[in-house]
Design a protein around this ligand. Sequence first.
Ligand SMILES: NC(=O)c1ccc[n+]([C@@H]2O[C@H](COP(=O)([O-])OP(=O)(O)OC[C@H]3O[C@@H](n4cnc5c(N)ncnc54)[C@H](OP(=O)(O)O)[C@@H]3O)[C@@H](O)[C@H]2O)c1
Length: 317
Amino acid sequence: MNQLQITAFGSPSVLQLAAVPDTVPAKGQVRVRVHFAGVNPIDAKTRAGLGWAAAQNKDRLPWTPGYDVAGVVEALGPDVEQLNVGDRVCGMVGFPLTGGAYGESVVVAASELVRLAKVDLDVAAALPLAGLTAWQGLFEHGELRKGQRVLILAAAGGVGHLAVQWACAWGAEVVALAGPDNHGFVGSLGAKRVVDYHDANWPALVGKVDLVLDLVGGENGRKALDCVAAGGRLITVPTITAEQIKTAGAERGLEVRGMLVHPDQKQLAQMVTLLEMGEARIQIAGVFDLAEGALAHQAIESGHTRGKLLLRMNTHA
Ligand SMILES: NC(=O)c1ccc[n+]([C@@H]2O[C@H](COP(=O)([O-])OP(=O)(O)OC[C@H]3O[C@@H](n4cnc5c(N)ncnc54)[C@H](OP(=O)(O)O)[C@@H]3O)[C@@H](O)[C@H]2O)c1
């Protein structure tokens, strides 16, 4: 099977195709014939040599990026009872150390996967990491309650466009931050108000909220502190600037928390159900062949993706 590997950290061109044997699943594992893999900003950051996963893998290259898969189970290891060969599945796999989704097959723990009934495999590959980040940011860390007002930064992006929908489905009032080209899109997802982050005065336009889901970090993450109501909270998701935003919050007596997404089969199944019921939708911004992984990374690094980017495997029917 073919997979994308990096043998050194660097620009997108370090992503190279390699032919390797299929792996035999061990106890509790299954092998998935991958149809689509999701592309996330962390894939590009790790490829560039930044962050925890890069530090942990620097002496274990070659490494295959990718944490989001959707495909068909083709082999079972011992003691796998909840899945069968032929099941259509998706999952957030090998996070954050092993990755491996950028390939035509991957061996993963059965406990990382959710069976799909009606959802298409491209849509399913776009869901896991972004969907779980949005879910956990809003509900686990943010403890969002029905009727509360929540501000979502980067609301048109991979995580943001799902966060808008999860928060609306939960009965919160969503205020969204997005560039002008995305206002119609974010409004169509249910946001009550969309504010342009290019307007220097945007915190005043937003007003006070009970919860901020900061998907941008840096200067705009810090500015969003102005919007936190008394007793409110800001969850800052980009890990690279989390400490500085926590410090800025502490100086103003505001509660700021960072987070790292974790796999959760039950939450993933709930999100799949929302998609199957038509209660939420995934925006696919672009689909690249596996061999075009470098182009997909250039696209995600633009920082202006609307929704999600995917890699398509040759196994795709
Ligand atoms: N800690 C964790 O576990 C975790 C998990 C997942 C993601 N993350 C991080 O969370 C961030 C968001 O992830 P993602 O997958 O949603 O990224 P993404 O899809 O690349 O986000 C793209 C969106 O960001 C918006 N944007 C760009 N610059 C902005 C700015 N200055 N102010 C407001 N919005 C801006 C763009 O909106 P316009 O096109 O309208 O400009 C675009 O819609 C990334 O930094 C990612 O690494 C962390």
